[in-house]
Write a protein that binds this ligand. Structure first.
Ligand code: SF4
Length: 188
């Protein structure tokens, strides 16, 4: 079994990524968890950009997430918007300033350099292997998948070739289809 070796590699890569990222984000006065929250909000769809979803994704407490979001709002990296049909729901939108920071920090420059040294084939193999590992982690531990529409059991394509979500019963715009979703359920 390679479990320990895989874990050791993952831990070392995670450690290198955090160190690299920390050096960069210090310039913006951010903590790693604040950058993670901002990154999540830049890649999630409109059903998933709420404080509750950020809490679930990051595995933080409600209070810690709230503090994180307040810092990001204060720095004008995100804005809060009330839902049009349900004023009790707040959506969190990354501002252009927030997107600029993400562009600078994610992926980190050292990680980009490392990936660019790998051939296209190797990059594909690594992507597939990590995807398998992530899927197994989620499935075997019954965790929320936070996947994208094409791998979701609610994803439908109607007769006009438009994408439709069978769960929320709404059309999914093209730009939303590749974003991660807190309602995602993998096709079994
Ligand atoms: S199809 Fe699945 S992933 Fe896409 S919006 Fe609906 S629930 Fe979310």
């Amino acid at each position: 079994m390679e479990t320990h070796q895989i874990y050791n590699y993952m831990e070392r890569i995670n450690n290198l990524l955090r160190t690299d990222s920390r050096q960069k984000i210090v310039e913006y006065g951010l903590q790693p968890i604040q950058l993670e929250a901002l990154h999540y909000l830049s890649i999630c769809n409109k059903y998933s950009d709420t404080p509750k979803a950020v809490t679930e994704y990051l595995g933080q407490t409600k209070g810690t997430t709230s503090q994180t979001l307040n810092v990001l709002e204060k720095k004008k990296y995100l804005i809060k918007q009330s839902d049009e049909s349900d004023k009790r729901v707040t959506h969190l939108k990354v501002t252009s300033l927030g997107l600029e920071i993400l562009e600078e920090c994610i992926p980190t420059p050292k990680f980009i350099n490392a990936c660019e040294q790998l051939s296209e084939n190797t990059q594909t193999e690594v992507t597939e292997a990590l995807n398998k590992l992530l899927s197994s982690f989620i499935k075997t531990n019954d965790l929320q998948s936070f996947g994208v529409c094409h791998s979701c059991r609610f994803h439908q394509v109607n007769k006009d070739n438009d994408y439709f979500c069978g769960l929320v019963k709404e059309s999914i715009p093209m730009g939303e289809i590749t974003k991660i979703c807190r309602e995602h359920e993998a096709i079994s």
